[in-house]
Write a protein that binds this ligand. Structure first.
Ligand code: SF4
Ligand code: SF4
Length: 192
């Protein structure tokens, strides 16, 4: 993963990255943005994001791809779709957040301080293995990468367990391979 501070020295590849983003699924939609800020005003997570969605799109259009791809913004997006339903230009903001996450991972540009890619990866691996999400499996996988985070989570896990909200035993669907194959199949029209 990329380290803090490299952004300033990273300029040569930005034009290529911008082009790659435009060619990704829905990428060119960003050119319709009128910078009205409705998406940022609608987003429940902007206080956690280093760039609100409107600002992120401005960075991309101005070619500051390193800043955009290192941003924590797409990783804090919870896919609530508020921005999408309110955008006056009908820009698929949530889908663009997915595209940015994919690009950040494929170019190894997510900042090392950002633990969300590891949580996403743990989630995806657990669903591919079991055909469903098991909280214990998810946390075990995440904990292997971030063991120091685990003591702080133990109290919460115990409280959830006592209330019957956390199953210790991890179970599988009848045919997890079907789910895995589905996850590995690119939906039609999303090849780029
Ligand atoms: S709401 Fe739509 S047009 Fe307005 S800033 Fe956000 S993406 Fe751009
Ligand atoms: S879909 Fe993501 S970016 Fe859009 S409002 Fe919800 S959390 Fe914010």
């Amino acid at each position: 993963m990329a380290e803090q501070g490299f952004v300033e020295s990273f300029t040569m590849e930005e034009e290529k990255l911008q082009q790659e983003f435009y060619e990704s699924h829905h990428g060119k939609e960003i050119l319709k943005c009128i910078q009205c800020g409705t998406c940022s005003g609608s987003c429940p997570l902007t206080d956690q994001m280093d760039h609100a969605p409107r600002e992120l799109f401005s960075l991309i259009r101005d070619g500051f791809m390193a800043d955009a791809l290192c941003s924590n913004t797409p990783w804090f997006c919870v896919s609530c779709y508020q921005c999408m339903v309110r955008c006056p230009r009908e820009i698929p903001v949530t889908d663009l957040m997915y595209a940015l996450k994919q690009m950040a991972v494929s170019h190894d540009l997510a900042l090392s301080s950002n633990k969300m890619p590891d949580l996403y990866e743990a989630f995806s691996r657990e669903v591919k293995r079991a055909g469903k999400m098991n909280e214990t499996g998810l946390m075990a996988r995440y904990g292997l990468k971030h063991p120091l985070d685990m003591p702080a989570k133990t109290g919460l896990a115990l409280r959830l367990y006592r209330r019957g909200r956390l199953a210790i035993k991890s179970d599988k669907t009848r045919n997890p391979d079907q789910i895995r194959r589905m996850m590995e199949t690119q939906p039609e029209g999303m090849e780029k």
